[in-house]
Design a protein around this ligand. Structure first.
Ligand SMILES: NC(=O)c1ccc[n+]([C@@H]2O[C@H](COP(=O)([O-])OP(=O)(O)OC[C@H]3O[C@@H](n4cnc5c(N)ncnc54)[C@H](OP(=O)(O)O)[C@@H]3O)[C@@H](O)[C@H]2O)c1
Length: 332
């Protein structure tokens, strides 16, 4: 199945939600040769992933950074921030190209990183922020690609073109809803079935680490309010902003169209507002919007699958860009 020119890849964290999605994509990827999928500890027994039977019949191996460095050219880290923070720099030093799904290397300002990711002391050299559609050139050159968070991916794809074109006044409010898989597979009091089933709640107001990530990339202050909703997967963000006086609906539409003319995974839906079921299990981010020109108000709705475009899919998209493959390879 794999050609001799396939890139040898490994996945650390293959037993997690995002890691299993990575294995699912990479096992069928024509440009990747999935050599190693690893669990959380050096002493864990090798085991299969029943959900992926017949899609991938390998075994998850004990975690071994030396094997990852020696036997692969590209390593995907689908680990908690602290574990990525520890494994990323030595893998880069050993010559691997690293695609990190955690938050460990997303914040470039040392002070901000110390506050939000105190377990990550330093950035390795050659880090790119991997919002593919906006950063292809940097991803191509990077040694380590810090893949964006799931909430920031939707918010930034929705807002960056408008901010870059100078159409936004500010006063940006991001009302975000996420399915429960966004919190990973270990249940907590908040994500326990009996707590979240039939329930909706806000959390992390002025205290969520995705807010500084959005602000870093956007260069504007945002009010970011995430909510947990009783879905297994998917994120939908309703974004409210003020437009500069005189900005028309046509200008907004033209700006989006120009920004995403060559973006296979951004679907502009215009007046037809996006829904989570339209993007579940896909690498698409759908963006719809409405403008009230008289009052300069803009509402954008953006949605994606947190485990695909918000995590594993975007990481594979970055891998494709980094290795000069078609951006959509292995993602259909
Ligand atoms: N879930 C999402 O929607 C999403 C979206 C974007 C980014 N992310 C980020 O992606 C990363 C993985 O998220 P997830 O939701 O897949 O998490 P998860 O379901 O909790 O899986 C975590 C994975 O890391 C392994 N692990 C746990 N502690 C470890 C340690 N100390 N050392 C090495 N491996 C360890 C686990 O192995 P065991 O199975 O053996 O415990 C498992 O394979 C996180 O950094 C998360 O923030 C997640």
């Amino acid at each position: 199945m794999h050609s001799y020119s396939s890139v040898r890849v490994g996945v650390a964290g293959a037993t997690g939600y995002a890691g299993q999605e990575l294995v699912r994509f990479l096992a069928r990827h024509p440009g990747a040769d999935l050599r190693l999928a690893m669990g959380s500890s050096a002493t864990s027994a090798a085991r299969a992933l029943p959900a992926l039977a017949r899609l991938w019949d390998g075994e998850v191996q004990p975690l071994d950074i030396d094997r990852l460095a020696a036997e692969t050219d590209a390593v995907f880290l689908a680990l908690p921030d602290s574990a990525s923070g520890e494994l990323g720099p030595p893998l880069v030093a050993a010559g691997a190209r690293v695609f990190d799904l955690s938050g460990a290397f997303r914040l470039r300002d040392d002070g901000l990183r110390k506050r939000w990711y105190p377990e990550v002391p330093a950035m390795p050299p050659g880090v790119a922020y991997g919002l593919t559609e906006r950063n292809r050139a940097a991803v191509r050159e990077a040694r380590l690609v810090a893949c964006p968070g799931c909430y920031p991916t939707a918010a930034l794809l929705a807002l960056l073109p408008l901010a870059a074109a100078g159409l936004l006044q500010g006063d940006i409010i991001i009302d975000a809803k996420s399915g429960v898989s966004g919190a990973g597979k270990a249940p907590s009091e908040r994500t326990h079935f009996s707590e979240c089933h039939g329930n909706v709640g806000a959390y992390g107001i002025f205290g969520h680490r995705h807010a500084p990530e959005i602000e870093q990339e956007l260069g504007l202050l945002v009010t970011f309010v995430p909510h947990l909703v009783p879905l297994d997967r998917g994120i939908l963000e309703t974004i409210y902003a003020k437009l500069e006086p005189g900005v028309t609906a046509r200008q907004v539409a033209d700006t989006y169209r120009a920004a995403y003319a060559d973006a296979p995974f951004v679907r502009l839906t215009g007046d037809a507002l996006p829904e989570i079921k339209h993007v579940a299990h896909t690498n698409f981010c759908d963006i719809g919007w409405r403008v009230d020109a008289a009052s300069h108000r803009l509402v954008v709705v953006a949605c994606l699958d947190n485990l695909v475009k918000g995590a594993a899919g975007q990481a594979v998209q970055n891998f494709n860009v980094a290795f000069g493959l078609d951006e959509g390879e292995g993602l259909s």
